[in-house]
Design a protein around this ligand. Structure first.
Ligand SMILES: [Fe+2]
Ligand SMILES: [Fe+2]
Length: 205
């Protein structure tokens, strides 16, 4: 059911109606990027498109509205997330999609749910959506071209190592607190790839 074109059409219409034009446009770009990456690494393209379209379904809610809906839907919240409620748009988004689009399957809901801080374990679909969110064409952070180049040729595990590592390092360098799950996700990435989570600093850039 989650593979049907009708469901993707319904998701696209809901996103356009619910999100700001900027967020809806971001979601469309993530969807196109996710389909490309999914095709390259052998992940179901329809699932990737659906999850990417819906990944920021709760992104535009203010903190108060977000907190109220989290409570209404009994979404579990860690203490860290109470202090950083913006992270909850992922888990709440999955819960809202489950309510609003009942045909969406568990694999797609998972990719929506874990797109901010990751999880243990992470499926290939989860990682495709996480990376597509990082490299969609409007992203312009320092180093995005290297992440895009990795996503164009490396294994999905290596893409995720580079992407997740950059995300965590950026948080640390800017003095932002890091979600408690990130250490475990990072350790899992190191076990899987046999490489350090953080690449050595880039010289001469
Ligand atoms: Fe998001
Ligand atoms: Fe996003």
């Amino acid at each position: 059911m989650s593979r049907s074109p009708e469901l993707i059409g319904q998701a696209r219409a809901l996103v356009a109606a619910r999100l700001t034009p900027a967020s809806a446009a971001h979601s469309e770009r993530v969807a196109r990027t996710a389909v490309e990456l999914a095709r390259r690494v052998g992940v179901d393209e329809a699932d990737a498109e659906l999850a990417a379209l819906l990944h920021d379904y709760a992104r535009d809610l203010g903190h108060e509205e977000l907190a109220a809906q989290v409570e209404d839907l009994a979404v579990p919240v860690l203490e860290f997330e109470q202090e950083h409620p913006q992270l909850l748009h992922a888990r709440l988004g999955a819960a809202l999609v489950r309510r609003d689009l009942p045909g969406v399957g568990e694999a797609v809901l998972s990719a929506i749910e874990v797109h901010t801080v990751g999880a243990l374990p992470m499926s290939d679909l989860d990682r495709v959506v996480f990376m597509a969110d990082m490299i969609e064409p409007a992203r312009n952070y320092q180093g995005v071209d290297e992440v895009r180049a990795t996503c164009a040729s490396a294994t999905l595990a290596e893409c995720f190592r580079v992407g997740y590592g950059r995300t965590v390092r950026h948080l640390m360098q800017t003095g932002c607190p890091v979600h408690p799950i990130s250490a475990a996700v990072g350790a899992q990435i190191e076990r899987e790839t046999g490489r350090a989570l953080f690449d050595p600093p880039e010289v001469g850039r």
